[in-house]
Design a protein around this ligand. Structure first.
Ligand code: GRF
Length: 231
């Protein structure tokens, strides 16, 4: 049987780092065949960097104020990433908008975890916006990063039924473990080469993905959103 080398991933994070921790846990449990080659950040003191250091992952933190412009900062960060030769870059709670030209020129595929059922609510305050709109369902998406904010093709989502007493905080807390499962699943499919990102199309299990996969309660991929909602 052919043995596939672990996928070399780099993670960009700015905050708590719970999604990074979930990736590390899955890797350590032997259920995620990746090598986390670097964690990079725009915030030198964020918890995500401590988590990376504790796990022995190389870290790079650059300070935006040391650069003249957003593109200059992003170029420097991506130049630093190049040294680690990642095959995939994962944005997991990276809170800076990356310059469109830098994204467009990136030599690796990039995926981002976003806390809404895209295309609903790109940008910030997604939980509050879902509540204000009276949505019955909320969730999270992993999408391909393109040179437009939160707008790339969606690979997979998790859905959560909104409760009448939910606040933005409770929604975020209830969603967090499902986000972890979603991100780990997407990275695992990429590492297993079940999921292939090609220019203009996403292939899953050898077929073009026509609509986002939905993760069911057992973290299995379901192609039909209604089936996942019922689970
Ligand atoms: C997550 O809610 C993710 O959806 C958003 O930022 C948050 C990151 O959380 N993009 P953490 O830093 O991984 O704990």
């Amino acid at each position: 049987m052919a043995i596939t080398a672990p996928l070399r991933i780099a993670v960009l994070a700015s905050g708590r780092g719970s999604n990074l921790a979930a990736l590390i846990r899955a890797r350590d449990a032997g259920t995620l065949p990746v090598e986390i080659v670097a964690v990079t950040s725009d915030r030198a003191t964020c918890a995500a960097l401590s988590i990376a250091r504790q796990a022995g992952v190389p870290v790079v933190a650059l300070r935006p104020r040391d650069y003249d412009s957003r593109p200059a900062f992003d170029h420097a960060l991506f130049d630093a990433l190049r040294d680690f030769a990642p095959e995939l870059v994962v944005l997991a709670g990276y809170m800076r908008i990356i310059d469109d030209d830098v994204v467009g020129a990136a030599p690796w595929p990039m995926i981002n975890l976003h806390p809404s059922l895209l295309p609903k609510y790109p940008g910030l305050d997604t939980h509050a916006r879902a509540l204000a709109a009276g949505d019955a369902w909320h969730g999270a998406s992993v999408h391909v990063v393109i040179p437009a904010l939160d707008a790339g093709p969606v690979i997979a989502q998790v859905r959560l039924r909104v409760r009448s007493d939910d606040t933005p905080g409770t929604l975020a807390d209830r969603l967090r473990p499902r986000e972890h499962a979603l991100l780990v699943a997407c990275v695992r499919w990429l590492a297993q080469r079940r999921l292939v990102l090609r220019a203009g199309s996403i292939q899953f299990d050898g077929r073009r993905l026509e609509c986002p996969l939905q993760l069911d309660a057992d973290d299995a991929p379901v192609p039909d959103p209604d089936a996942a909602a019922a689970s």
